[in-house]
Design a protein around this ligand. Sequence first.
Ligand SMILES: NC(=O)c1ccc[n+]([C@@H]2O[C@H](COP(=O)([O-])OP(=O)(O)OC[C@H]3O[C@@H](n4cnc5c(N)ncnc54)[C@H](O)[C@@H]3O)[C@@H](O)[C@H]2O)c1
Length: 336
Amino acid sequence: MLRIAVLGCGRIGQMHAANVARHARTELAMVYDVHVASAEVVASREGTRVATSAEEVFASKDVDAVLIATATPTHADYIEMAVASGKAAICEKPIDLDLDRVNACAKKIAGTSVPIQLGFNRRFDPGHRAARDAMRAGAIGDLHQVIITSRDPAIPPRAYLEAAGGLLRDMTIHDFDLARFMLGEDPVKEVFAVAGALIDPELGAELNEIDSAMIIMRTQGGKQCHINNSRTAVYGYDQRVELMGSKGMALSDNRKPHEMRTYSATTTEVSAPYQFFFLERYSEAFNAQIDYFVDAVENGTAPEVGFEDGRQALILAEAAYKSLAEGRLVQVSEIA
Ligand SMILES: NC(=O)c1ccc[n+]([C@@H]2O[C@H](COP(=O)([O-])OP(=O)(O)OC[C@H]3O[C@@H](n4cnc5c(N)ncnc54)[C@H](O)[C@@H]3O)[C@@H](O)[C@H]2O)c1
């Protein structure tokens, strides 16, 4: 059993703590949150104890690994503490909002053999992974295009948006990583973005924030990728990936709670709404990423999605922001 401490007991930390506590191969060693009451609620629900400081967690002989689910500006510090204490870490995205901070962290942990996995859970979604596996097995011939649709059901509260660091670093970062996952060994060469505040124009005026975006990317080998994002899809959480190839297409589609549909004189194909949001839609993925993490730690192998993947996804976000600011196609080499 891998004994994992969960840092951060907020929205996603609570889910991670529950997953770790229930997982067949892990044990929830302890939880920690600067907001002690949040940690206490999770500890009593999951039957574990509350650590009094992050230092206690990293020094504890009862902890083999940490799951970092704290606010984004703390991730790089905690990754550095994990490496210094020799504890494997699985860290939520993004590593940081500032590429310079990510690069400094990379420098500090360079050469470490401590496994660091990034929480890009979508890689572990059964449908997305099956599409990639089918593509890699030759089912669609040569891959030509990757099309990622990623739309949230509702725009988050203003306070969240003020701290999130911008749509492309907070939300699209998942899609940049998913694009890299699908494109495999062929790195993205250039990026073009258009975006705006179409849902809430005040966001643009007051926060210089965007809520709708389209990104076009081309790889060094010439493959094309399109990501489209919206903060509000009124019909629900919309998560689709299409892989277009020379011999066909692989599609990982939206999920519903079940497949029953009703038909009447006035409507056809009426079905249940999509699974509500990321906690529901990606529940299998959040669990599967723990399996892959335990494998990496137990086998002493590099996690399938690591620190450098987090850094590369942020580089693509920065390239897209540069494209937005300058209204032109941006070479990734301008950022990296
Ligand atoms: N993979 C995903 O789909 C996904 C989804 C949501 C959030 N996230 C990421 O997870 C992280 C947390 O997001 P959230 O929505 O749960 O936020 P949240 O605000 O609900 O929770 C963050 C928690 O971290 C705690 N915290 C802050 N600083 C701390 C510190 N120094 N030490 C210990 N605890 C500290 C806060 O008290 C809070 O309880 C963010 O980085 C976010 O980007 C990922």
